[in-house]
Design a protein around this ligand. Structure first.
Ligand SMILES: [Zn+2]
Length: 386
């Protein structure tokens, strides 16, 4: 009897829609929520268990015993039908997570779907709005301490205030110039978020978090939602789905590398590198406010290339590589051979892509930066003319 039900479940999970996790798309699910009727990967099953059994009852496909009624529920629903029900109204700005995305994004997606049922009852989507105000913990500029600061989104800009009762904002950032990404690992905060924007011709980073994952995701999605509204007004003939890729972008890769100075005899110094689209930034530490330098990565046919090793006459180092741009050759070294391959692959992938209109704008921003012009209005994140 039990064996027969186990076989039914094993057959069911092979069916189309069931062979990928209902929540993150990871292949070959080994778990399920049998009251909801979905097949899940191990990670999503863990988040389901935290919802409590009044929302989701988790069961292993192979390790647990299945009774007739539970198998029938799985047969009656399954991933495709559950998706139709729980994902009825996902707003275009909502970032649906995939396996490997930041945990808070996945957790809040699962809570939004099943616990709060936000995609069934649209009025629960608290990020669909034109303004938002609240307190976030913000990292101080020069020390690793966080202080509560008032943040306000209104009129297509994000402002923050240094004191609760300040009348004038400390900083005003146009949303069109702002990129946000979740940065839990390097901030060592589950709900950590990094805001990056251009300020006086240089990139500026701000690090914030909130104790509540729901609230940090509300800020993240609200920024995406308001940016999308603005883009839809600015580009009325373009479909919302085509504008979505321009709302926020994750960094391609980041981590420690060592880098020499512009002279042959310069020593290698450890720097925190971030590759953000075509912009390679290096910092003294992972949570710095400003990069020490920013390198624009152009198209390979315009004299941009990367290769293993160092130029003749230059001090060599383990796992070294050279990044050649028309202006300068940058000599770097990675901590391991694998790390070097990851960086070289990431950088050459960018250089193999020809420039888009907004990439030229990025280059302009960087050359403006080099001439140390003030109050540049050029932006890495401004939208291309379509
Ligand atoms: Zn999953």
């Amino acid at each position: 009897m039990g064996d027969r039900n186990s076989r039914r479940i094993c057959e069911l999970v092979k069916q189309s829609g069931n062979s990928d996790c209902a929540d993150c798309g990871f292949q070959n699910p080994e778990w399920s929520s049998f009251n909801i009727g979905v097949f899940l990967c191990t990670t999503c099953a863990t988040w389901h268990r935290r919802l409590g059994t009044h929302v989701s009852k988790v069961k292993s496909l192979k390790l647990d015993k299945w009774d007739d009624e539970q198998v029938e529920q799985m047969e009656a629903v399954g991933n495709l039908q559950a998706k139709q029900h729980y994902e009825q109204h996902i707003p275009a700005c909502y970032r649906i997570p995939h396996a490997g995305d930041p945990p808070v994004l996945l957790e809040q997606w699962i809570r939004a779907k099943y616990e709060r049922q936000e995609f069934i009852q649209v009025d629960k989507q608290t990020y669909i709005r034109n303004s938002l105000e609240g307190t976030l913990m913000k990292k101080a500029k020069d020390e690793n301490k966080y202080f509560p600061r008032k943040f306000v989104i209104s009129d297509n800009s994000l402002k923050y205030y240094s004191k609760e009762n300040s009348k004038e904002p400390k900083t005003t950032i146009q949303l069109s110039e702002l990129n946000v990404c979740l940065a839990p690992a390097k901030m060592n905060q589950d709900n950590g978020m990094q805001l990056s924007y251009m300020c006086d011709g240089s990139t500026r980073h701000i690090y914030v978090y909130h104790e509540s994952g729901e609230i940090i995701i509300q800020w993240y999605m609200a920024i995406r939602s308001i940016k999308l509204n603005w883009l839809m007004v600015a580009y009325p003939s373009v479909a919302a789905e085509e504008l979505v890729p321009y709302l926020t972008n994750d960094f391609v890769i980041e981590g420690w590398l060592s880098k020499t100075g512009p002279n042959e005899r310069d020593a290698y110094r450890k720097r925190w590198f971030i590759l953000d689209d075509r912009k390679l930034m290096y910092h003294e530490g992972p949570l710095d406010s400003y990069p020490r330098g920013e390198i624009f990565l152009g198209y390979k046919d315009d004299n941009y290339s990367i290769k293993e090793g160092v130029p003749r006459g230059c001090k060599d180092h383990d796992f070294s590589f050279s990044l050649i741009t028309p202006e300068r050759t940058y000599v770097m070294s990675a901590p391991t051979s694998d790390e070097r391959s990851r960086w070289m692959n990431a950088i050459s992938t960018v250089m193999e892509r020809s420039l888009r209109p907004q990439d030229n704008q990025s280059k302009l921003a960087l050359s403006v930066n080099k001439k140390s012009a003030r109050n540049s209005r050029h932006s890495w994140f401004s939208f291309p003319s379509l």
